[in-house]
Write a new protein. Structure first.
Length: 94
C-alpha cells in the first residue's frame, strides 16, 4: 500500500513537472515573439524624422503589446538604453 502511494506520488511529480516545463517554454516563446515584433515595429519610429523619434507611434506600440495575454509590461529603449516608451498593464500594477 505504501509502495503504491509512493509510486503515485512520483508519477504525479513527473507529470506536473513536465506540464510546468511545457507551459514555461510556451510563455517564453510567446514573449520572445511579442518582443521581436515590437522591436521590428519600433525601429522606424525610433529613427523618426529630423526632429527625432516618433513618440506617438512608440507609445501606441507599447500599448498594443500589453494587450497580449500574459504581458505585464512593455518598454522601448533606444541605442543608448534610454527608455523612450513604457506601459505597465493594470494587472502588473495591482
Amino acid at each position: 500500500m505504501i509502495l503504491l502511494f509512493l509510486m503515485m506520488l512520483a508519477v504525479r511529480y513527473i507529470v506536473l513537472d513536465s506540464f510546468k516545463k511545457a507551459l514555461t517554454e510556451e510563455i517564453t516563446k510567446r514573449g520572445k515573439t511579442v518582443a521581436g515584433n515590437l522591436g521590428k515595429s519600433a525601429a522606424e519610429a525610433l529613427l523618426g524624422t529630423i526632429e527625432g523619434p516618433d513618440f506617438l507611434t512608440l507609445r501606441l506600440l507599447v500599448l498594443q503589446a500589453i494587450k497580449n495575454e500574459g504581458i505585464l509590461y512593455s518598454y522601448i529603449l533606444d541605442d543608448k538604453n534610454v527608455v523612450k516608451a513604457v506601459k505597465f498593464s493594470d494587472e502588473a500594477m495591482s
